[in-house]
Design a binder for this molecule. Structure first.
Ligand SMILES: Cc1cc2nc3c(=O)[nH]c(=O)nc-3n(C[C@H](O)[C@H](O)[C@H](O)COP(=O)(O)OP(=O)(O)OC[C@H]3O[C@@H](n4cnc5c(N)ncnc54)[C@H](O)[C@@H]3O)c2cc1C
Length: 414
């Protein structure tokens, strides 16, 4: 049994690992480079809008068992909203058409036959191509498996791929999208309900976990960037952070819950997935809360999702690398006209906006990178890996991050 477990990184993977370990009564210390926990899932006060905003809108689904396990443990299930029964309102910004995708109960997906539930304008035979996705080989991309000239592609598969995998469909690993589909829509309505936080990401996911960990005696060291690891024969002998040098006892261990790019710097031998994709979030401050569903899918547009958070219209653009060097004011001005259409106020003047660019939002979820994702166990007996980029079988998501942290903690018990 290990004595002190040092968790490197206080994102959701690190927090989930720390929850599992502290529940088992282990002594846990978390070392985090930033000033706060949450990593790529965080909130902060924005001076332009004078309110707390999230770094990016995060959509979860009712099938996310690890997310709900985490929320139950931290007493925060009531801090997320589950849309029940499952309903996804869509707006095609080019044509102004609106429809609501409503999967039915049970595994037999008859919703595709019902024009009040399915994708407007899509043909039955196009839905049947899902089979090609579900049986895709490891080297296939999403675009390899599905016809890309159909309405269903434009209004369902393409936005779903970009939203779930944060990558263009001609690059994205088909197997990852297939797994999302298998766990959600293929299981029926109850597994496919959209879930989003009621307040902020911090308030729902991060702060309750941190508070519980502190009650269990877990120590947080913030502003402690891990700079190097001391690699000994078959084990890690210690590590150095910007705050201290830590020497590991024989029974001490490390859960490395850092993003793939940090692991590549600290431990290149792991050879994690290479490259990342950007997500852009725009927060437009309106005069008042608009009459719209909390989450609307957008097609025929640059943006994919519109979240309504009080008077803030928060917009997500995934796989947004083309905007990496574009000025924020220009991005806000280009995207506003389509948001005005979705809000039902075409031509309205642009309100104040905060643009948040997350240049490394997720690793590049290609077939080649999928093959590079390692499991938790390493050749160093006191080091296990966690993080959304490890071999979870899922895209880089909150569900995958939490799962990875729990699996890594379990691997230390063996
Ligand atoms: C804008 C955006 C939108 C997203 N939308 C969704 C969504 O809709 N649904 C969904 O499920 N997922 C979404 N994701 C993905 C989700 O946020 C991530 O998969 C998840 O938060 C990753 O958690 P993690 O713990 O694996 O990594 P991280 O959150 O990156 O945590 C790693 C931590 O390690 C710290 N760190 C890095 N290097 C060092 C070092 N050398 N020493 C010490 N600490 C270090 C970092 O500061 C960070 O806190 C989105 C991500 C972004 C950025």
């Amino acid at each position: 049994m290990t004595e002190t477990v040092h968790v490197l990184g206080a994102g959701l993977a690190g927090l989930a690992a720390a929850l599992s370990l502290s529940k088992d009564g282990r002594k846990v210390v978390i070392h985090e480079a930033a000033r706060q926990a949450g990593g790529r899932c965080r909130s902060y006060h924005d001076a332009v809008l004078d309110r707390v905003i999230d770094n990016g809108n995060h959509l979860m689904m009712s099938a996310n068992d690890h997310v709900f396990g985490f929320l139950k443990e931290t007493g925060s299930v009531s801090r997320v909203a589950v849309s029940e029964p499952a309903a996804y309102p869509f707006c095609d910004v080019e044509t102004g058409e609106r429809w609501t995708l409503r999967p039915n109960r049970g595994r037999i997906g008859w919703w595709i036959l019902d024009s009040r539930r399915n994708v407007k304008g899509a043909r039955l035979r196009d839905y049947l191509q899902a089979w090609r996705l579900l049986t895709a080989g490891p080297d296939r991309t999403v675009a390899d498996c599905l016809s890309t000239d159909t309405v269903l592609w434009r209004r369902f598969w393409e936005p779903l791929t970009v939203a779930a995998l944060n990558i263009a469909p001609d690059e994205g690993a088909a197997r990852l999208l297939a797994e999302v589909y298998r766990r959600t829509f293929a299981k029926g309505e109850a597994a496919a309900r959209p879930v989003h936080v009621r307040g902020s990401l911090a308030d729902s996911l991060i702060d309750p976990a941190r508070a519980l960990l502190e009650r269990r005696g877990v120590e947080f060291c913030f502003r402690a960037r891990v700079r190097s690891l001391d690699l000994a024969d078959g084990r890690i002998a210690g590590f150095e952070t910007t705050r201290e040098t830590v020497t590991l006892g024989n029974l001490d261990a490390i859960v490395m819950a850092l993003p793939s790019w940090s692991v590549a710097e600290l431990l290149p031998e792991i050879a994690p997935p290479e490259g990342a994709r950007m997500i852009l979030n725009l927060h437009y401050l309106l005069d008042a809360k608009p009459e719209l569903a909390p989450v609307t899918g957008l097609t025929g547009s640059i943006a994919q999702w519109l979240f309504i958070r009080g008077p803030v219209a928060s917009v997500t653009v995934s796989a947004a690398d083309a905007f990496a060097e574009t000025a924020s004011e220009e991005i806000a001005a280009r995207i506003w006209p389509e948001i005005a259409v979705a809000l039902g106020t075409p031509g309205a003047p642009q309100p104040p906006c905060r643009v948040v660019k997350e240049k490394r939002a997720t690793f590049a979820e290609t077939p080649a990178n999928e093959a590079r994702r390692p499991g938790p166990v390493t050749r160093w007996r006191n080091l296990v890996l966690a993080g959304d980029w490890t071999a979870t079988g899922l895209p880089a998501t909150i569900e995958g991050a939490i799962q990875s942290g729990r699996v890594a903690a379990r691997a230390l018990r063996i």
